[in-house]
Design a protein around this ligand. Structure first.
Ligand code: BGC
Length: 728
């Protein structure tokens, strides 16, 4: 449809019809069920409103979507097709590793390919929009939703943002693509106490400099939608925050797409205490620039009347509806409301062999080896595989909605597929302790006799094997939305299992499943090797077997810091220096830190081992001074000093040690992955340019300031391999 035709259509629509486009139905209204991602049963709409709604959330299934599209279009006065939206967060039917794990690949290419596979499957299933990427910067592991973010660094998150948007959207008219929705705008990743939906208190400087860049990167990549966040910023909930949505998102970042509220967030401005009633909430939201009201009754109940009474200019509604119609048009829905989806063909796209292969490679590349005292790879040994994750299919992240979870490869299956002799398997314990619940309720536990029998079997196998691989972790339903925790451990039952196994066999490799950094000090002490595998998805078991047997070499680097203990949280590498800094591994009286713990985390951002070792030369700068417009080339020679091939992520960090405001102790400014054969060396260079040194100065101008700068290049954020230059 041409722009002229779209304008014509808009002119021809009644006010009710226009408001209809701005309403998003929860699945239950159309299907009586659907995928539940928030409180249900709260929507109050007339049949006419349901018939005119512009979009729906939470429905899967090509056949079902086709039927509903037909049914709804018949009711809609201008037969405008509906947008079908869903949270496709970790892949669609082929489940990929969670976004936090994608961050650990430090490979935008892999992230792009993962999202591209997800888009192809979702589009083949009839979907038009995914509520991804989530780009909330995360620093507090208590918050369950850290699993949905690429991690704690603005630069890495921005690179991932661009890649994910490219992967989902590509050329949007192509039938294997879906529109992407960046979220949650803005600052949702910093809730007080790590409590989901809680207040966020960030200075304007911190928002602009640390929290906004990843969202902005997605905007610049052409991301078509943006979702508001539940939290307040500067004491204003995002869905009513004009400054945030109009000034920052639209004016400053140049966003031209559709703004959708988060689930019932418009209505929630009433309990927040910023709107006296839902009517006022609707007014605030439309004035702030929320185009679609997800699930709440605000626009449905009040927007038309607000326009009629003259309290809301109709122009605001027209602008919003035009943006929504434009998105539908760009998806090709006016020409073909089914986007060529043929339910008979959908099956051929879902779980395609090449997607599964990508999922396997990506999972393996996302695993982070935190410790290895010469015990990995496993080699030809008698191995006992013990723990509740040995033969467990629930190794996909929260927010995965696989129709066929039986397609997930367990560790046992992955190991058996290698066809090696000497493998034995025992469950040992449940993931959750007796009486403990996940967010979806209690999980059945064994009887005491059964539990004793499992323990006995596990200890017997451990004692008679050369090696033990402990497959442990937190339950996926302790992570994701509404998955905040006040502890960062695994269950007592699993810890007891680990301690007892250790008494009969010290040759322990622990494979840890988690959706957040856990406090793993004791687990690491009890194990000779520790491999974090996050929630690896459909091909998890194969990828784990590949890595443990050395068919693939670990290469992941932490995208979020692992604390020593819960008390250190929030802990992140790019923090600020104090006037009384403590050396990271020391405790001194009257200096910054704790009296009972050092400040250094257990494993810092950027850290991750390989089966080989990489040696770094000193950092070389081609010049020691530069002016704006010039560049410095910083390089190191990286050598594979071991006897297997490996992939290293070479990281560039900068520090501005004296500026008009305090700057982070380190900021990631570049990374490159290099693949090196044993003995091979490669020179890796980064270009340092003046724009990389900019920040919001004391006057809130985004500029660089002349002076001395520190450069660090290494394999982790705590590298001391540095040099200096001067900006004139
Ligand atoms: C979440 C969003 C999600 C939406 C729709 C909300 O509860 O915060 O991230 O996209 O539900 O499922």
């Amino acid at each position: 449809m041409t722009q002229e035709k779209l304008n014509e259509l808009l002119r021809d629509m009644s006010l009710e019809e226009k408001v209809g486009q701005m309403i998003q139905l929860p699945a239950e209204v159309l299907t009586g069920g659907g995928l539940v991602t928030g409180p249900t049963g709260t929507t109050q709409l007339t049949d006419e409103q349901v018939g005119m709604a512009g979009s729906v959330l939470g429905i899967k299934g090509a056949e079902k979507i086709r039927k509903l599209q037909k049914q709804q279009m018949a009711k809609q006065p201008h037969h405008i097709p509906l947008l079908f939206m869903l949270d496709v967060i970790n892949g669609f039917e082929t489940i990929f590793p969670i976004p936090l794990a994608l961050g650990c690949t430090f490979s935008p290419k892999m992230a792009e390919e993962a999202c591209s596979a997800a888009a192809a499957e979702a589009a083949a299933d009839g979907l038009h929009v995914t509520f991804s990427p989530m780009l909330d910067l995360v620093r507090d592991a208590r918050w369950g939703r850290v699993m949905e973010s690429p991690g704690e660094d603005p630069y890495l998150n921005s690179e991932m943002a661009r890649a994910m948007v490219r992967g989902y959207q590509g050329d949007l008219r192509s039938k294997d693509k879906v529109a992407a929705c960046l979220k949650h705008f803005a600052g949702y990743g910093a809730p007080e106490g790590g409590r989901d939906y809680d207040n966020v208190e960030l200075s304007e400087r911190t928002i602009l400099e640390d929290y906004l860049p990843a969202y902005e990167a997605a905007v610049k990549e052409g991301c078509r939608l943006a979702m508001t966040s539940f939290n307040t910023l500067n004491r204003v909930p995002s869905s009513g925050n004009k400054w945030l949505l109009r000034k920052i998102l639209r004016e400053k970042m140049g966003f031209e797409g559709v703004v959708i509220s988060d689930y019932s967030a418009v209505e929630e401005m009433v309990p927040h205490g910023i709107a006296a009633d839902v009517r006022e909430a609707a007014k605030l939201a439309v004035e702030a620039g929320v185009d679609i009201d997800m699930v709440s009754n605000a626009y449905a109940g009040h927007l038309a009347e607000l326009v009629r009474s003259g309290e809301v200019p109709e122009k605001l509604v027209d602008e919003a509806v035009l943006r929504i119609l434009t998105l539908k048009n760009d998806l090709g829905l006016f020409e073909d409301p089914f986007r060529a989806v043929d339910p008979a063909e959908t099956e051929k796209v879902l779980l395609r062999a090449d997607f599964r292969q990508k999922a396997r490679e990506t999972a393996a590349a996302s695993f982070v080896l935190l410790k290895n005292e010469g015990i990995l790879p496993l080699g030809k040994k008698l191995v006992a595989w013990i723990g509740p994750y040995v033969d467990n299919r629930e190794i996909y992240g929260a927010w995965s909605f696989p129709e066929r979870p039986e397609e997930t490869v367990t560790i046992k299956q992955g190991v058996e597929a290698k066809g090696l002799p000497g493998m034995s398997f025992a469950r040992g314990s449940y993931v959750m302790d007796k009486g403990r619940a996940t967010k979806f309720g209690r999980i059945p536990n064994p009887s005491d006799e059964q539990a004793d029998a499992w323990m006995e079997e596990a200890l017997k196998l451990a004692a008679s094997s050369d090696r033990v691989v402990m497959c442990l972790g937190e339950h996926k339903d302790l992570t994701g939305e509404a998955g905040s925790r006040t502890s960062l451990g695994i269950s007592k039952g699993q810890m007891e299992l680990l301690r007892k196994v250790r008494q009969v066999n010290p040759n322990i490799v622990t494979v840890l499943f988690c959706g957040r950094p856990l406090a793993v000090k004791e687990i690491a002490e009890l194990s000779k090797a520790l491999l974090v595998v996050w929630m690896p998805g459909t091909e998890g078991g194969n990828a784990i077997a590949d890595v443990l047997f050395g068919d693939r070499v670990p290469q992941g680097k932490l995208s979020m810091t692992f604390p020593r203990s819960l008390g250190q949280v929030p802990v992140y590498y790019n923090h600020f220096a104090t006037g009384r800094p403590n050396p990271p591994h020391e405790i001194h009286l009257f200096r910054n830190g704790y009296m009972d713990e050092v400040n250094a985390p257990l494993y810092p951002f950027g850290f991750g081992l390989s089966y080989t070792e990489f040696a770094y030369s000193e950092v070389k700068l081609d010049r020691r001074q530069m002016a704006p417009g010039e560049r410095i080339t910083a390089s190191v020679t990286v050598t594979n000093a071991g006897d297997v091939s490996g992939v290293e992520t070479v990281q560039l960090y900068l520090r501005d040690p004296s500026a008009s405001v305090v700057r982070p102790v380190r900021s990631l400014k570049g990374f490159q992955k290099v693949s090196l054969a044993p003995g091979e060396s490669r020179e890796v260079s980064f270009s340092i340019e003046e724009p990389m040194l900019r920040f919001y100065d004391i006057e809130m101008n985004y500029v660089s300031e002349p002076g001395r700068f520190e450069v660090y290049i290494g394999g982790s954020s705590d590298t001391e391999n540095g040099a200096e230059f001067v900006l004139v």
